[in-house]
Ligand binder design. Structure first.
Ligand SMILES: *[C@@H]1O[C@H](CO)[C@@H](O)[C@H](O)[C@H]1NC(C)=O
Ligand SMILES: *[C@@H]1O[C@H](CO)[C@@H](O)[C@H](O)[C@H]1NC(C)=O
Ligand SMILES: *[C@@H]1O[C@H](CO)[C@@H](O)[C@H](O)[C@H]1NC(C)=O
Ligand SMILES: *[C@@H]1O[C@H](CO)[C@@H](O)[C@H](O)[C@H]1NC(C)=O
Ligand SMILES: *[C@@H]1O[C@H](CO)[C@@H](O)[C@H](O)[C@H]1NC(C)=O
Ligand SMILES: *[C@@H]1O[C@H](CO)[C@@H](O)[C@H](O)[C@H]1NC(C)=O
Ligand SMILES: *[C@@H]1O[C@H](CO)[C@@H](O)[C@H](O)[C@H]1NC(C)=O
Length: 398
């Protein structure tokens, strides 16, 4: 527990707070009277919605008098996570859309690795494409266009969009949740780009495609340059990010990047060594007995399963656990941080100071420098590094 507190302390020093807009839900203007039968009918539908979604293998729609409700979970959902997500969406609608006839909430929980939809209307939406209105949740971070080739990125992104769209709208009826596509692609500009698309199964594949294309267009037109985002419409969801979200990419084979003409050395190290993790953590046991931690500043992350978070390892575990860690020469770290120059100091953490640095590749890094104290300090520092590799949350910028 102490370790976790320390980490949050160092994270809060290291990383700015992000104001991610949580806007997965939307209420549409028409109101009903608080005490009306509409509200009672809606509550009555809500009371069995979560269990009915499970019974109906991921998608369920029901009506009671003039109230219509739809619920959906992500393909491959875990039972309890789906129930929790639907119940959370219902709470959001009850609280935020307490007297609105129409509402929808594409909710999600990164920690629970789930996403789901709950929608209510005063007319049947079954088989009807619902394009508007849209909600969004966009990454507050910009892609650093001074180090990334945005032309190339755009091209790779569009290819990934096409690939995901194709996967999501392929005409099969193997699953209740038939419109679903996830792609993990390696870009020249980023080691991992994750994309997911899903539609409700009651519409046609052509309608699903149209819905998703409108989401993509919305992102492209309004938020191009951001490091990820979600666009939701009543019938579909589009999300892409630089980290794996909702646990949706566990069994997905990464699409390799096309061969590239020139690979900056440092970037090549990070691409090959990260093994699918979009985080680089570096431990350098130097002659000076400094341990140095590098966290790449460019991504925000997902909170892993809580049992992973709290595990604190023994020395052997740490080593076997750290196969995706990178080792950097102290000289490289010194170069990046200008010999730990005071100008580059951005904070004071649990076991040492934190410095900003720039690798030869142009990648911005944060370096934490531990001055050698006791053996205990080293172990704690190592555990912190390991925890950081596992602790991923969208609101933590590292
Ligand atoms: C709401 O309905 C309940 C039961 O039908 C009734 O007791 C209560 O007075 C009503 N409240 C209002 C504000 O109309
Ligand atoms: C959804 O509603 C339609 C039309 O009302 C109905 O035919 C269908 O069986 C319902 N599906 C589920 C899973 O309840
Ligand atoms: C739904 O509610 C709106 C606004 O109150 C109303 O205009 C519309 O006729 C209703 N639709 C149905 C099918 O009852
Ligand atoms: C960016 O990528 C495009 C497409 O691959 C290429 O034509 C262009 O030369 C690149 N620009 C820079 C500055 O590397
Ligand atoms: C993606 O698909 C659209 C429509 O099929 C096509 O016009 C476009 O060239 C494709 N883009 C890429 C990068 O493959
Ligand atoms: C998709 O599948 C359905 C039923 O399986 C079929 O009726 C429809 O024609 C198919 N559409 C396309 C475009 O293949
Ligand atoms: C990945 O595969 C394992 C084993 O086949 C399965 O238990 C798990 O549910 C899969 N995960 C996803 C997200 O599909």
């Amino acid at each position: 527990m102490k370790d976790i507190a320390t980490i949050f302390l160092s994270i809060s020093l290291l990383f700015q707070t992000l104001n991610g807009v949580k806007a997965g839900f939307l209420c549409v203007d028409d109101t009903f009277l608080a005490n009306s039968s509409y509200g009672q009918n809606r509550d009555s539908l809500f009371s069995s919605l979560a269990s009915q979604v499970i019974t109906n293998r991921g998608f369920y729609n029901a009506s009671l008098n003039s109230v219509h409700a739809v619920a959906l979970c992500r393909r491959g959902y875990e039972r309890q996570a789906c129930i929790n997500c639907v119940e959370k969406a219902i709470r959001v609608i009850k609280t935020s859309c307490s007297d609105r006839m129409k509402s929808f909430d594409w909710d999600n929980d990164d920690a629970d690795q789930v996403s789901c939809l709950v929608r209510t209307t005063n007319y049947s939406t079954f088989g009807k494409l619902g394009l508007g209105p849209a909600t969004r949740d966009i990454s507050p971070l910009d892609i650093d266009s001074s180090t990334k080739n945005m032309t190339l990125f755009r091209q790779e992104w569009e290819e990934t969009v096409n690939r995901t769209l194709e996967a999501a709208t392929v005409n099969t009826s193997v699953s209740v949740l038939k419109y679903y596509g996830v792609v993990n692609a390696e870009f020249v500009e980023f080691p991992n780009v994750y994309m997911m698309m899903q539609c409700t199964p009651d519409i046609t594949s052509g309608e699903c495609k149209r819905c998703l294309e409108e989401c993509v267009t919305y992102f492209r037109d309004m938020f191009w340059g951001k490091q990820g985002g979600t666009i939701c419409r009543p019938s579909c969801l589009f999300r892409w990010d630089l980290y794996a979200f909702y646990g949706a990419f566990a069994n997905i084979t990464r699409v390799p990047a096309p061969p590239r003409p020139f690979i900056p050395e440092a970037q090549a190290i990070s691409v090959t060594s990260l093994k699918g993790k979009n985080i680089a953590i570096v431990v350098v046991p130097s002659v000076l007995h400094l341990f140095v931690l590098l966290g790449l500043i460019r991504a925000y992350r997902q909170l892993k399963k809580s049992k992973d978070e709290t595990s604190v390892c023994a020395e052997e575990d740490c080593i076997s656990d750290s196969q995706f860690m990178l080792r950097f020469d102290l000289s490289m770290v010194l170069l990046a941080t200008g010999d730990f120059s005071p100008e580059n100091k951005i904070g004071q953490g649990g076991f040492g100071s934190v410095y900003k640095g720039i690798l030869p590749s142009g990648q911005e890094i944060a370096v934490k420098r531990l001055t050698r104290g006791s053996e205990q300090g080293e172990v704690e520092f190592r555990n912190e590094v390991l925890l950081l590799t596992r602790l991923q949350h969208r609101n933590l910028l590292m």
